[in-house]
Design a protein around this ligand. Structure first.
Ligand code: DP6
Length: 359
């Protein structure tokens, strides 16, 4: 595994002050990452749609200081200093310091905000950490102008992964694979790569409505959940299944077989939650309304010959996925029926997006 490629050899420029702002998206996995080994290596390959509307905007102001033994930063979230978010970011800087040794030369002031409510149950670690990674790479690019855009994206994904696995899939779009897979050219456990084959037009501008079923704190964090895969009785067959599913979805994305897409994506979502329910200790993240919504979606699909389907991440919220040509009818269904099962009737319309943007 070639991680040495990410250790900068030459930094030719001297930068006293710099300021970068990046907008980076959230993503929703179709084949799920669940299970990892150190340092943040996935047990199976995963693939996600990059989202368009759910994103984080982060500015980092870098100001040169005497080189220090520990990384110095202040953190503001939506304009307010957030001490409670600092340990996660400090841990991130610790994990990336070998690859970004220049961070010891700067005081960093980080200002971050999300397009979605913080307590929505939408994980902000993917968009949040990918935004910080892009800001670090903008600084690195000023310190070493010879690096290419391709390298910047690859290393940003590599750094983001060290903070949160799914963040490695939040640099590019519309479809990103993370994890080494024999059928995906250039794929790697170290960083995400854009899905390398031509995608069928039916997946263009695919829709994702996020139904906010439960906005409370999760009872079990993703990190704890991943760790419970270590002694899990079904772990090995799950990892094999996920890699098989990645091969299958690669074909589906190319040939546009929506029926196969629906059954694979829903099976992945339910298998993820089945892993949670069969770990030791076991836990359930779905809520009664998650199941109500799933049943409503199945009924709607059967009655309307629709291609609507659902997926879940590590929480109770439901992502409703559908092709653009069903947008009007499905949006009506969401507003008139599914919204009733959401907390305060809240949901977010999103669609597939194209990755990080410099602002
Ligand atoms: C269920 O990326 O949040 O959303 O690497 O510990 O930060 P850490 O975990 P995280 O796990 C995401 C799990 C998932 C599936 C997925 O996004 O592939």
């Amino acid at each position: 595994m070639n991680t040495a490629q990410f250790i900068p050899e030459i930094l030719t420029e001297n930068i006293e002050k710099a300021n970068f702002t990046w907008q980076t998206p959230s993503n929703i996995a179709l084949v799920k990452y669940w299970g990892k080994s150190n340092p943040q290596m996935p047990k199976n390959a995963s693939i996600s749609f990059t989202l368009n509307n759910c994103h984080t905007i982060t500015t980092i102001a870098f100001s040169k200081i005497e080189r220090t033994a520990e990384v110095k930063f202040d953190l503001f979230f939506e304009g307010k200093e957030k001490e409670e978010f600092k340990p996660k970011i400090a841990e991130f800087f610790k994990r990336v310091q070998e690859y970004c040794p220049y961070i010891f030369n700067y005081k960093m002031t980080i200002n971050s905000e999300n397009s979605f409510p913080h307590s929505s149950g939408i994980a902000s670690s993917a968009s949040g950490l990918s935004a910080i990674a892009m800001c670090l790479m903008s600084l690195e690019n000023e310190l070493n102008p010879s690096i290419t855009q391709e390298f910047i994206n690859k290393k940003a994904s590599f750094l983001a992964r060290l903070g949160s696995g799914s963040a490695s899939r939040s640099i590019e779009g519309p479809l990103v694979v993370w994890g080494n897979h024999p059928e995906i050219a250039e794929s790697s456990d170290l960083f995400g790569v854009q899905f390398p084959y031509k995608v069928h037009s039916v997946f263009k501008n695919y829709q994702d409505a996020i139904l906010l079923v439960d906005k409370g704190e999760k009872v079990v964090s993703s990190t704890v959940g991943h760790n419970l895969m270590h002694n899990h009785p079904y772990a090995e067959s799950r990892f094999t299944q996920a890699n098989d599913n990645l091969g299958k979805i690669s074909e589906i994305l190319q040939n546009g077989d929506l029926e196969a897409f629906v059954s694979l994506v829903e099976s992945e979502a339910l298998t993820l939650h089945a892993m949670m329910m069969t770990s030791n200790p076991y836990f359930i993240l779905m809520k009664p309304n998650t199941l109500e919504i799933i049943n409503k979606i199945w009924k709607y699909r059967a009655e309307n010959k629709s291609n609507i389907c659902f997926t879940l991440d590590a929480g109770a919220n439901v992502h409703v996925l559908y092709p653009e040509n069903e947008k009007d009818s499905v949006n009506n269904f969401i507003e008139n029926e599914l919204a009733n099962y959401c907390q305060n009737k809240q949901f977010i319309y999103d669609s597939v997006g194209f990755g990080a943007k410099k602002i």
